[in-house]
Write a protein that binds this ligand. Structure first.
Ligand code: NAD
Length: 492
């Protein structure tokens, strides 16, 4: 048994505990490869404990007026602001992104709390008087019960907040299962949740991997599943949740194309594209992965992006001046470098080669420098595969029609962007592109908290997305009431 201080804990029914797990994984700083902690892969019995706690807490929480429920969210917002620096540092330590990126991530988390504080009005239903003589009809929204949230490694602070504030503001209780690779951020955040005085069992935390996910999918008390991760697992979660009669919203992987037209402002496009392709070391589901140049943009954009990619400062995200951190694990680094090798074998030119970089002071870190692949076969594997690393592939086509056709051939539909100064081209793109998040002169078209995070195709399984109105629809069930209150003393 490991000493409990070095072990990541679960938070169930308002209490911290270390589960009796058979397996523990090391939580590693990907820049320094220092072991930060150990995370238990909890057994299914921990999910049962959490589900029972959440189910027990539900009746009283549901009866708590929405105006009272949101007071806990106001407190949580204040605590998240107060501890922003500390949480951001934890994200950088376990996930590798720069401190500025970690702070940006927490900003969006806080914005979701702010939006959910509007629940007294957002959760309202609607009504019609006199649908027949003396009869009225109302639609009211009621919470579902226990909900579960399963998240990936790349935004350990933000992604749980695409769902959790809405779930509890609507009167549900919930269980969060963070990625086993980055469990420390939620440890910090749950210590803040504890300080809000939220009733026991309303929000629970269970750490682990597949066994925990399967137990959440199978548990009879859990009504809804929110998932974010890779497409194969998203599809699996969606199918198993449906087979068990649960509603689910499952966000998957991506391969985001960006079209650069000859009339784009190349200096601005290059700066934005570099941030999109190489920010968070390319480990963003909204990272630009393929740049499709049209006409003369081929040379102007290629020259400019190659220059920026070669000069990007790579290192430990807490060090000043660092623009890009490491990728999450050594397996990720090897996988990304193998894909670059495969591209070369298939005939691509490695214009900027980020393999096996020397990062002074962090020689053992999981670093891949920005990489640019040219002469990619539009129909080949590299143009289709999600790389999830700092690799930008360049494809040249002759017209915007060909470029949009290529965008629409993708199996994914998370984001597509266009850089242009033409309103007509922008409208055509917005109208025709088959992706749920569209950027026009924007590199990372991340919806604000009051808009849905709208993936399409293999990037999303379900119908109601996270954030905004759709989250409220997801976390409530509608009830329609038809009422006749006859005054028996009078004739109508
Ligand atoms: P992942 O699919 O490996 O893991 C996501 C979650 O699923 C984790 O909590 C993990 O414990 C669990 N899981 C993993 N394998 C499982 C299995 N076999 N059975 C049951 N549960 C399992 O994803 P990741 O590597 O943590 O994250 C990167 C992926 O997430 C990328 O594909 C990225 O595009 C995607 N992502 C998508 C979005 C979006 O909004 N669409 C946002 C962020 C990340």
């Amino acid at each position: 048994m490991l000493p409990s201080s070095s072990i990541v804990q679960n938070y169930i029914n308002g209490e911290w505990s270390a589960p009796n797990a058979e397996t523990y994984l090391e939580v590693i700083n990907p820049a320094t490869i220092e072991v930060l902690s150990k995370v238990p892969l909890s057994p299914a019995s921990e999910v049962d404990r959490a589900a029972v706690a959440a189910q027990t807490a539900f009746p009283a929480w549901r009866r708590t007026p929405a105006t009272e429920r949101i007071q806990y969210l106001f407190k949580l917002k204040a605590l998240l602001e107060e501890h922003n620096e500390d949480i951001a540092q934890t994200i950088t330590l376990e996930c590798g992104k720069t401190i500025a990126e970690s702070k940006g991530e927490m900003r969006r988390a806080i914005e979701n709390v702010e939006v959910a504080c509007g629940i007294p009005i957002l959760m309202q239903g609607y009504n019609s008087e006199d649908i027949a003589r003396g009869i009225d009809e109302h639609m009211i929204r009621q919470p579902l019960g226990v909900t579960a949230i399963i998240t990936p490694f790349n935004f350990p602070g933000m992604i749980p907040f695409w769902f959790m504030p809405y779930a509890i503001a609507c009167g549900n209780t919930c269980i969060i299962k963070p990625s086993e690779r980055v469990p420390l951020t939620m440890q910090k955040i749950f210590h803040l949740i504890e300080q809000t005085g939220l009733p026991k069992g309303v929000i629970n935390l269970v750490n682990g991997a597949k066994e925990v996910v399967d137990a959440l999918l199978d548990h009879a008390a859990i009504r809804a599943i929110s998932f974010v991760g890779s497409s194969p697992i998203a599809k699996y979660v969606y199918s198993r949740a449906a087979a068990n009669g649960k509603r689910s919203q499952c966000q998957g992987g991506a391969k985001n194309p960006v079209i650069v037209l000859p009339d784009a402002d190349i200096a601005m496009t290059t700066k934005i594209m570099a941030d999109s392709a190489f920010g968070c070391a390319g480990q963003r589901c909204l990272a630009a992965s393929v740049a499709i140049t049209v006409g003369s943009a081929k040379t102007t954009f290629t020259d400019a992006i190659a220059e920026v990619a070669s000069t990007r400062q790579v290192g430990f995200g807490l060090d000043s001046g660092v623009q890009m951190g490491p990728v999450i694990t050594n397996q990720s680094k090897t996988r990304i470098e193998d894909i670059i090798q495969q591209a070369e074998t298939e005939g691509a030119t490695v214009l900027v080669d980020g393999r096996s970089p020397k990062v002074s002071g962090y020689e053992n870190g999981h670093f891949v420098r920005p990489t640019i692949l040219q002469d990619i076969d539009p129909a080949g594997e590299i143009a289709k595969t999600e790389i999830f690393g700092p690799v930008l592939s360049l494809i040249h086509l002759d017209s915007i029609d060909d470029a949009i056709a290529l965008v629409n051939r993708s199996q994914y539909g998370n984001m597509a962007s266009l850089f242009t100064s033409s309103g007509a081209a922008a409208r055509k793109f917005r109208y025709e592109a088959e992706a749920g998040n569209i950027g026009i002169n924007i590199g990372v078209a991340a919806p604000m908290a009051f808009f849905p995070f709208s993936g399409w195709k293999e990037s999303f399984f379900g119908d109601l997305h996270g954030q905004g109105w759709q989250a409220i629809e997801f976390f409530t069930q509608t009830k329609v009431v038809v009422e006749r209150w006859h005054d028996w003393t009078r004739q109508f």
